[in-house]
Design a protein. Structure first.
Length: 423
């Protein structure tokens, strides 16, 4: 990751930005800063820890130009507002602000250009406003977590790259997430457990390793992620206000959409999934429509499970080959007759049971025109009550009994002692 470097003439330790020279009087240890700092601007060798300080102790921080290591601000019981740090240009390590009981505002770092490590803002119970300077364009990682009073995340408008993980999690009062310049997250992007979050706007974001949008009860749209071009895996789960998902990122290898209470529609772009990709759509009680994915010819797996209002499937018109296929316990599912029009091969297991509106003849017509390499579990659809005894799929590691010591099975067998124990 490319780092910006200061180019104007400041003290020697800032100009070098590679550490303080042993004989440089303008470069001091952390302890000297609090006891006998030099006059004028100076730099700090190693880490600078601000802990247990009263607000009147912090005036000296206005003269810090550079920190060789990390800046750690934690457990300052009387600190209500972080000083502005008007001279600080470089932090060689990370910036951490945590466990400050009455801290309500962070408004600072107006000239900070180089943050070589990560940004960590966590467990500040009274923090309402987080506004950092706009000079930092790249960080190693960023965690904004467990700040229950935080309403807005500002001051990161020029951040373009996070080398590893970006986590915005467990901020109970956060209303909006806006990162307008962010283009790449090299690791995981987690936006989770922010129950008041109404909008997430990342219009420039092109690439992320894995994406998790989980338990944001007020989030109504994923439109703020519409520029994504490269996502290996994504989890969209337990977002109660989300009504529609338009998944446009090409080449996703794993996409799981589960337990979104109001989700009514999923629309996939033509080439959203890789040939070895997997799509799981489960436990979305209001889901009515799954469309798109029109250029997908091959998948490793597709699961539609317990989407009780889903009547059919209009997606995957070109799908010809799949590893595992499961259409299970979708109460309103009827097919339709033309589902999977191009499908010829299921190389793994095929499961199609517990769909209370699916005519057995519809399942049979699909089976008649495809080859299946693994186990076929079909039954307990409309009008059927199989309860096979003995169970034909013993010793396969799947409990097929209605009940068992491993919990609920497929309910296709009365007993399955090899896989469920005594029932």
């Amino acid at each position: 990751m490319t780092r910006k470097r200061a180019t104007w003439a400041l003290s020697p330790c800032v100009a070098a930005l590679v550490g303080c020279a042993p004989d440089d009087a303008a470069c001091i240890e952390d302890a000297q800063l609090w006891q006998s700092p030099p006059a004028g601007l100076f730099c700090v060798r190693g880490d600078l820890v601000v802990q247990g300080r009263a607000p009147e102790d912090l005036a000296v921080l206005a003269r810090v130009e550079a920190i060789e290591g990390s800046l750690v601000v934690h457990d300052n019981a009387a600190l209500a507002e972080l000083p502005a740090w008007p001279a600080l240009v470089s932090i060689g390590g990370s910036l951490s602000i945590s466990h400050n009981a009455v801290l309500t505002a962070v408004r600072g770092f107006p000239v900070l250009e180089d943050l070589s490590g990560g940004l960590y803002v966590a467990e500040n119970p009274a923090l309402v406003e987080l506004e950092l300077g706009e000079g930092v364009t790249a960080v190693e990682m960023a965690f904004i977590t467990l700040n229950p009073s935080l309403r807005e995340l500002q001051g990161l408008s020029r951040l373009t790259e996070v080398a590893s993980d970006l986590r915005v999690t467990h901020n109970a009062g956060l209303l909006a997430l806006e990162l307008p310049a962010l283009r790449q997250v090299g690791g995981d992007l987690l936006v989770t457990d922010n129950p008041s979050l109404r909008s997430a706007e990342l219009p420039a974001l092109r690439a992320v390793e894995t994406l998790s949008i989980v338990a944001n009860a007020s989030l109504e749209s994923l439109a703020g992620f519409s520029a994504l071009e490269a996502v290996k895996a994504a989890l969209i789960e337990d977002n109660d206000a989300l009504e529609e998902i338009r998944w446009t990122a090409p080449g996703t290898s794993w996409l799981m959409i589960t337990d979104n209470a109001r989700l009514e529609r999923i629309d996939g772009a033509a080439s959203s999934l890789t040939a070895d990709g997997r799509l799981h759509i489960t436990l979305n009680p209001a889901l009515q429509t799954v469309t798109g994915f029109g250029a997908v010819e091959s998948l490793a797996g597709l699961m539609l499970e317990e989407n009780e209002a889903l009547p059919g499937l209009a997606a995957f018109s070109a799908l010809a080959r799949i590893g595992d296929l499961a259409v299970v316990r979708n109460a309103a599912f009827t097919g339709p007759d033309a589902w999977f029009p191009a499908l010829a091969e299921v190389s793994g297991n095929l499961s199609m049971y517990g769909n209370l509106s699916l005519l057995p003849v519809t399942a049979d017509s699909l089976l008649a025109r495809i080859t299946v390499g693994g186990e076929i579990r079909v039954g307990d659809n409309l009008g059927e009550d199989t309860e096979l005894d003995p169970c034909p799929w013993s010793e396969d590691g799947i409990c097929d009994a209605a009940t068992g010591w491993l919990g609920r099975g497929t309910e296709l067998c009365v007993i399955d002692p090899e896989d469920c124990g005594t029932v």
